[in-house]
Design a protein around this ligand. Sequence first.
Ligand SMILES: C[S@@+](CC[C@H](N)C(=O)[O-])C[C@H]1O[C@@H](n2cnc3c(N)ncnc32)[C@H](O)[C@@H]1O
Length: 287
Amino acid sequence: MNPAKGSTMAKLEPADWRGSAGDRWASNVDHFETMLTEIGAALLAHAGFSPGETVVEIGCGGGRLTREIAGRVAPDGTVTGVDISPTLVALATDRAAADDIGNISFTAIDAQTGMPGQAPFDRLVSRFGVMFFADPAAAMANLRAMLKPGGRLDFAVWAPIAGNPWAATMMQAAREPLGLVPPEPRAPGPFAFSEEDYLRGLLEGAGFSSVSITPWTGSVKIGGPGATAEEVAELSMMTGSIAEPLKDASAELRAMVHRSLTELLRPYVGPSGAVLPASVHLVTASA
Ligand SMILES: C[S@@+](CC[C@H](N)C(=O)[O-])C[C@H]1O[C@@H](n2cnc3c(N)ncnc32)[C@H](O)[C@@H]1O
């Protein structure tokens, strides 16, 4: 199929988390947090927090994981959620206040360069919040500086896209109609740290030691019980990485992407909505 009439080659730009991407995550926060529940549970089990620890969570988004960590380190430990999006920090703060959680705080800073006031911490954790740095080497050095000597880093990042059809189907459906050029390998984005040797080198280059990368496979759920393939495709187009390039697309192009994505997703849709395989690296290192 040739790109539709009127389409131009479009680069998939890095998400603007300080602006539109952060706002989109906030508007769909329950959808995203439900989608990532299984991976959050795996990360927390892998990290194994103990009461009394001081923790910083990088790219905390709406703060659901942050609230779970607050419970695990209570009563004497604390958790600080860091995010570059002021919208998400405000949302996370409101949600924690509504739950009356005392040992939690949130701060709006760029984790590549900023330092939360309470540093250094015992632990640093992140679920998909560390793959968006423009200068990953500088960012990793800054993350290490947030930790006490010997402090522990744990994060989850996506393994290569081939094991993640929730993303591969979107790229496949949008590539031709939008003339979308896939991002360069290692470019800021969901798959920036999917190459294990590159990731290990970055962490060791920043002074981390005892780096381990553990594969985790499971699933992500999209749409919830009863959702049809058509609804899951629509939801993915509204919320996923192709939402931004689709914003200015014509109705004709949107319909093409929707048709194609619906058929690609159909094999994954059952009574629980779409359940798609997910492949993740659970990464641990010592500062
Ligand atoms: C994919 S979302 C994950 C959100 C949350 N960790 C979760 O799993 O629900 C990525 C998050 O990282 C944040 N982020 C991206 N770049 C950042 C940076 N340089 N410093 C701090 N946060 C950043 C985004 O604003 C967003 O909240």
